[in-house]
Design a binder for this molecule. Structure first.
Ligand code: HEC
Ligand code: HEC
Length: 196
């Protein structure tokens, strides 16, 4: 009798505890932008300011740029080493929350070794062919175009190689890139990496 009452009491406690844990984890599972961004900080840096050199900064990119990139990684349209597998774990609503978070952060300014001659040449090539979309010397951008000012040079070189090899598809840049030599493209990337 005494034992049965004890067991009932224990059972009730166990039930209450399970209910408490479940409700706590249900609250913790509601994603918010900062929580989602924490999943990215290990590679992209705190607040999207990457320590480089092959991990891009995300801070200051437009919401559309982040969302479009995540969708392209998830579908496999954009080639990747890591992001394709990672993006499959998230919904469109998560992508929107990530876009809100990173677009609200200030552009990450880096100090990198660049070739001054290339920077000068890249600046004039930029004005002629790239400034329409990569606005304010790449500090800002239109819609889904990523900001590139101060972006890490090795990352930009890897992405440019993917464009040139036709592995990464572009919406508006194919003709512009084809018209330039490998040397011109390299100068353009030095220019973007140098912008403060
Ligand atoms: C394990 C490291 C790692 C983690 C974690 C990670 N990323 Fe990435 N991310 C990369 C790499 C590397 C690239 C370059 C593409 C590739 O090769 O996968 C990249 C590229 C990107 C790009 C494209 C940037 C551009 O300028 O085009 C976006 C957007 C992005 N990641 C968002 C995120 C978000 C959001 C998270 C968190 C949910 C995240 N990443 C977590 C490594 C990571
Ligand atoms: C018509 C608009 C437009 C023009 C002009 C343009 N770009 Fe882009 N750029 C984009 C968009 C949009 C993306 C994102 C990928 C995509 O959808 O093509 C991008 C992405 C990039 C990236 C990859 C950045 C990253 O973070 O992954 C590089 C590098 C780049 N552009 C270089 C250039 C250079 C160099 C020029 C001039 C020769 C140029 N772009 C001209 C729209 C443009």
């Amino acid at each position: 009798m005494e034992q049965k009452r004890w067991m009932t009491r224990t059972g009730q406690w166990a039930f209450a505890l399970v209910a408490l844990v479940l409700s706590a984890s249900a609250t913790a599972l509601v994603p918010n932008a900062a929580m989602l961004a924490n999943a990215c900080a290990g590679c992209h840096g705190t607040y999207g300011a990457s320590a480089g050199p092959s991990m891009p900064s995300l801070a200051g990119q437009t919401k559309d740029a982040i969302v479009d990139a995540m969708k392209a990684f998830r579908s496999g349209d954009r080639p990747s080493t890591i992001m394709g597998r990672l993006a499959k774990g998230y919904t469109d609503a998560d992508f929107a929350a990530m876009g809100d978070f990173f677009s609200a952060q200030k552009l990450h300014i880096t100090q990198q070794a660049v070739d001054p001659n290339r920077v000068a040449k890249g600046a004039s090539l930029h004005s002629a062919g790239c400034a329409k979309c990569h606005t304010e010397n790449g500090r800002t951008s239109t819609d889904e175009t990523p900001a590139m000012a101060s972006q890490w040079l090795p990352y930009l070189q890897m992405q440019m190689a993917l464009y040139v090899q036709g592995k990464r598809k572009t919406t508006g840049m194919t003709e512009k890139i084809k018209a330039l030599s490998a040397d011109d493209l390299e100068s353009l990337l030095h220019f973007y990496a140098s912008v403060k």
